[in-house]
Design a protein around this ligand. Structure first.
Ligand code: HEM
Length: 358
């Protein structure tokens, strides 16, 4: 294996800019009012983003006993097997038809993880990983998201006009990036996300996390033949093409993935505060630290799954202390995601809770 020297985390690895708290508050207000207005219009509150769930599945994550010392940290310090809840989704706020192809996402809730909790006041025992099929976030920090908050739909009308909404999203975000002198190539890619099967994709945390004494990004990569056969496989253009493709696959087959960690070895080229910077794999490769196995099963039940959507939340801050989220984008999403959970839990009168440990 490639030999690397990971950097130990110190508080100096993170820098909070003076205008960060104001930017986060503005984002929080924008998400709260958009989510509230949409809930009123639809009579039901969904997640403020990643609203459309495509599959809810059960799996098992196994941590091997043979990891090199640098990688045997936190959840990965001891060998063990954990039940996992998985949710596939797409980022927009609306239940858009899948013919408008946007990035694919998967969230993992690893259940019954031992170890000191990050937030002792928050009951829980799970470790969540939120992953999207691109190695970096579109924007560096919450301040640069501010011009893009206008993208949030504020009415049922805006919500339903999917294509118009998406193109306005793209125009706004592109504008935000270009105004900052950056390249909007990545964002231009969003609307034209290739219409590919979600099970052939590799998913990334995009932002960094503590990894015991070190810092790391995570990735989930398909490794079983049944999934590798779907790399780049096309999807049709149906309204629920992703849900149907996932259901067709898991009705007959399962899948295996590697959960991988990329340790930070160079703070200049692998920055903590700029989520738009992909960490070079030449400096530190993604290394398998656990294996996720999902057996064939029903991936979407028209009665049970919508209820589970409402009762459940995934959040990178729902974690053990050894995997605390790092950097500005993570600090911002902590507040905004809490707001989104409060809106949907209050509006739907449905408390959000953790799944039982067995
Ligand atoms: C400041 C930046 C971000 C903001 C404001 C934000 C906001 C949100 C919100 C409000 C939700 C819905 C929470 C709920 O109601 O349960 C959510 C879900 C999600 N976010 Fe983000 N997010 C940000 C960055 C990211 C990044 C960098 C990723 C990269 C992996 C990501 C991946 C996801 C995923 C996969 C979900 C769906 C979780 C689920 O299945 O329940 N987000 N985000």
């Amino acid at each position: 294996m490639h030999s690397i020297s990971p950097i130990a985390y110190t508080p100096a690895c993170e820098t909070v800019r003076k205008d960060e708290a104001d930017a986060i508050r503005t984002l929080q207000d924008a998400f709260a009012s958009s989510a509230g207005e949409l809930a009123e219009a639809r009579g039901h509150a969904c997640r403020a983003v990643h609203a459309k769930g495509h599959a809810l599945l059960r799996g098992t994550l196994t941590v091997p006993g043979s990891l090199p010392a640098q990688y045997a940290q936190g959840l990965f310090a001891q060998p063990g097997s954990y039940a996992v809840l998985l949710r596939w989704s797409s980022p927009p706020a609306g239940q858009l038809p899948d013919s408008i192809s946007t990035p694919r996402a998967v969230a993992l809730k690893v259940i019954g993880v031992p170890g000191e909790r990050l937030d002792a006041s928050r009951p829980g025992h799970s470790q969540d990983f939120l992953l999207v099929n691109a190695p970096a976030f579109a924007l560096p920090d919450p301040q640069s998201l501010l011009p893009a908050r206008a993208l949030l739909p504020a009415s049922a009308e805006g919500f339903e006009t999917g294509k118009k909404l998406l193109s306005s999203v793209l125009r706004t975000v592109e504008g935000a990036i270009e105004a900052l002198g950056g390249s909007s190539v990545k964002v231009k890619g969003i609307g034209g996300e290739p219409q590919r099967h979600p099970l052939g994709e590799t998913y990334y945390s995009q932002t960094p996390f503590l990894y015991g004494p070190y810092m790391a990004k995570f990735a989930l990569a398909p490794v079983s033949d049944s999934l590798l056969a779907l790399r780049g496989a096309p999807l049709d253009n149906g309204d629920d093409a992703q849900r149907e493709a996932l259901a067709a696959h898991f009705a007959r087959q399962g899948g295996e993935w590697e959960l991988r960690a990329q340790l930070c070895t160079d703070l200049d080229q692998m920055p903590v505060e700029d989520a738009s910077r992909e960490w070079p794999e030449a400096l530190s490769p993604y290394v398998a630290v656990a294996r996720l196995v999902v057996q064939p099963q029903q991936s979407w039940d028209p009665v049970v799954s919508p209820r589970l959507e409402d009762e459940t939340a995934f959040d990178p801050w729902n974690c053990v202390a050894a995997h605390r989220p790092l950097g500005a984008i993570n600090r911002a999403r902590s507040e905004v995601m809490r707001t989104s959970r409060e809106v949907r839990s209050n509006f739907n009168r449905c408390p959000i809770h953790e799944p039982p440990t067995c």
